[in-house]
Write a protein that binds this ligand. Structure first.
Ligand code: ATP
Ligand code: MG
Length: 648
């Protein structure tokens, strides 16, 4: 960004008060903000008591060697014990932990008592393969219960897992296995995607021709398809794990014992192995899951639609919900298999009360049409969450109206792989929400927006989002690369964590995320956020989705180029394009009018559903399209190019 701070163009005046009933019984009330700001460390020390410690910590934060933090360093705990055993010991062994819904329609309910047995058996199995505390285990599985069991088994014995998203290629897997120096890989023959088996093991077989050090591959049988087998290396899960004892003593590990490495999705640059440890991470995952979703473990049915391969799956499928004793749904497949109502059918079937999903899916639902959710009973829902990208105000309002019956609070949660847990979000029983804003740092979290000179911007202005105090679930380093950790996050602004996202503060001091700093456009000397222009476009009734980029322009420096996907019946025409440009001009001001608008049927997205604007910038600037390996569907770029007039 230039010295000119980010323009603050979008005005969104709609406000939604929390439902009275929810406010009256909310897990966390407004007092938490006051309590945390009075004594932040005491607040977190109290939250740590949500967990069962084998040795209670007496120290909260050790920040004597910044930016290398230690939280609760003299405490000891077992993360798996906290997620499973203690619920059984408390008499809740019969509570369902996981309602698994396979894509072909098979389902399994797993209680906490059963989960405890499964995790114990798997922990014994890992130990029988020579995996020990401090080792790394790569996990490359579909969305099946064994993925959760595998992660918890690692946590139980003190081995760090490195989950690699099941859609990644052999090369991507190989580089992650190598970087983490994993000893064991846990995979499956395959999983179900789009109505058919999709193989996983071949990618591992290929990856292991490129890296050394992996002694065994533990293979879950999910699809029953034929797999290649390397004798002496490959072991079937059902042969090894099922026969183990269901007794396994959970050892108490140090609070700073590495829990997992997770590679960021690679929207930008070379993937970084983000290291998270145990006590602080679990404290904040547990606290935020309880506070932000208002989870009532006895009555709620929670569903997070993320894949276990992303941080959202780690913190809000595995560690947050299970540490809180939640009942949750896990779904294996794609949202439109066998029909576009599948997700709503699952909400109806299990009586889901809390739904946590991503803007990309919400906009896809909008595109498919309002009548699809209207065909299902969604009345059980009481809290809706969003994560992964800024949510456009219009998508937010659609989500509330069509999924939340016009009454559920929406929590727009900002956080990152690096932050480990939610950092900025409304609280559903406290906050008067604003469509499109994540609003306020959670109790115990310190965030603000600064300009190029690291000065806090006044309300009504934009700049860079920074975190000004360490937090319990912060990354501890980049695996094997302390220097890159310091350079990437702690060097741009002295003593502050630089998130890489643009943001603005509104007149009330609430925070609005404006997309990645790399995506901000500079038009005639004004910094304009791609997010705001996209939100203006999605605010037009004809537009379902849009992606906006700044393309080099001889007169204005950069010119705004928009790619749009139209909703249902809208047809591409010159009149519509003119109307869209005027609509943006009216909503944001003439400076933000796109120079060009291109109608397409798909947008390039990462496998976690984020729009990859740099590829669209390549198209807009007439360049050869760059690296597409992290795209969910690599054919999308060809499709988009074929839909554009040759002259661009
Ligand atoms: P990489 O860092 O390799 O590019 P990534 O940033 O896509 O990968 P994640 O850690 O999953 O990987 O994503 C975090 C980013 O997602 C944030 O920095 C932000 O840009 C975006 N994000 C997440 N939640 C929100 C939200 N509620 N509002 C706005 N942006 C969000
Ligand atoms: Mg990132």
């Amino acid at each position: 960004m230039s010295n000119e701070s980010l323009a603050n163009l979008l005005k969104e005046e709609r406000r939604f008060a929390p439902p009275a009933e929810l406010a009256a019984s909310a897990n966390v009330t407004a007092d938490a903000y006051a309590q945390a700001s009075e004594d932040r460390l005491a607040f977190w020390a109290e939250q740590a008591r949500r967990l069962s410690w084998a040795v209670e910590p007496t120290e909260t934060l050790d920040w004597s060697n910044p930016p290398f933090a230690k939280w609760f360093a003299d405490g000891k705990l077992n993360v798996a014990y906290n997620c499973v055993d203690r619920h059984v010991e408390a008499g809740n062994g019969d509570r369902v932990a996981i309602h698994f819904e396979g894509e072909p329609g098979d389902s399994r309910a797993i209680t906490y008592a059963q989960l405890k047995d499964e995790v114990s058996k798997a922990a014994n199995a890992l130990e029988s393969l020579g995996v020990a505390k401090g080792d790394r285990v790569a996990v490359y599985l579909p969305m099946i219960p064994e993925a959760v069991v595998a992660m918890l088994a690692c946590a139980r014995i003190g081995a760090a897992h490195s989950v690699v998203f099941g859609g990644f290629s052999a090369d991507a897997v190989a580089s992650r296995i190598k970087d983490a120096d994993a000893k064991l890989v846990i995979t499956a023959d395959g999983g179900y995607r789009r109505g058919k088996p999709s193989a996983l093991k071949p990618a591992i077989d290929e990856a292991l021709t490129k890296v050394d050090g992996v002694e065994n591959v533990l293979v879950v049988r999910r699809t029953g398809e034929e797999v290649a087998w390397t004798e002496g290396r490959d072991v079937w899960w059902h042969e090894l794990v099922d026969g183990q004892s269901a007794e396994h003593t959970p050892e108490a590990h140090d609070a700073e014992q590495p829990l997992f490495i997770l590679y960021t999705s690679g929207t930008t640059g070379k993937p970084k192995g983000i290291l998270h440890t145990s006590g602080g991470y679990l404290t904040q995952a547990s606290f935020t899951h309880n506070a932000v979703f208002d989870l009532k473990p006895e009555t709620d049915v929670y569903w997070c639609t993320a894949d276990i391969g992303w941080v959202t799956g780690h913190s809000y499928i595995v560690y947050g919900p299970l540490s809180n004793g939640a009942t949750q749904v896990i779904y294996e497949g794609t949202p439109d298999t066998p029909h576009q109502g599948r997700m709503f059918e699952i909400v109806q079937k299990y009586g889901v009360t809390i739904l946590y999903t991503a803007p990309t899916l919400i906009r896809t639902w909008m595109k498919w049409g309002d009548d699809i959710p209207a065909g299902f009973d969604l009345s059980s829902l009481r809290v809706l969450g969003s994560v992964g990208e800024p949510i456009n105000p219009e998508a937010w309002v659609w989500y509330r109206e069509h999924i939340g019956a016009g009454k559920t609070p929406i929590v727009d949660t900002w956080w990152q792989t690096e932050t480990g847990a939610i950092m900025i979000s409304p609280l559903p029983g406290v906050t008067e929400t604003k469509p499109g804003s994540a609003q306020r740092a959670l109790p115990g979290i310190a965030a603000t927006v600064v300009d190029d000179e690291a000065r806090e911007v006044p309300n009504g202005s934009g700049g860079y989002l920074v975190l000004t105090e360490p937090w319990p679930s912060m990354l501890r380093t980049i695996w094997g690369d302390d220097e890159r950790y310091v350079d990437t996050y702690w060097s741009r602004f002295e003593g502050r964590y630089f998130a890489g996202d643009g943001a603005k503060k509104d007149e009330d001091g609430d925070i609005w995320l404006l997309g990645r700093v790399d995506d901000v456009m500079l038009v005639s000397g004004h910094n304009i956020s791609t997010t705001e222009v996209e939100s203006a476009l999605v605010g037009h009734p004809a537009v379902a989705e849009s992606a906006v980029v700044g393309a080099a322009d001889a007169t204005t420096g950069q010119a705004i180029v928009a790619f749009v996907i139209l909703r249902g019946t809208a047809a591409d025409s010159e009149e519509l394009i003119a109307d869209l440009r005027n609509h943006v001009g009216k909503t944001l001001g003439p400076i933000a009018k796109p120079k060009q608008i291109k109608v397409v049927s798909e947008l390039p997205k990462t496998r976690s559903g984020k729009i990859m604007r740099r590829l669209l910038r390549d198209i807009a600037e007439g360049r050869e399209v760059g690296d597409t390996t992290t795209l969910a569907d690599s054919s999308v770029m060809n499709l988009i190019q074929s839909q554009l007039p040759a002259a661009g």
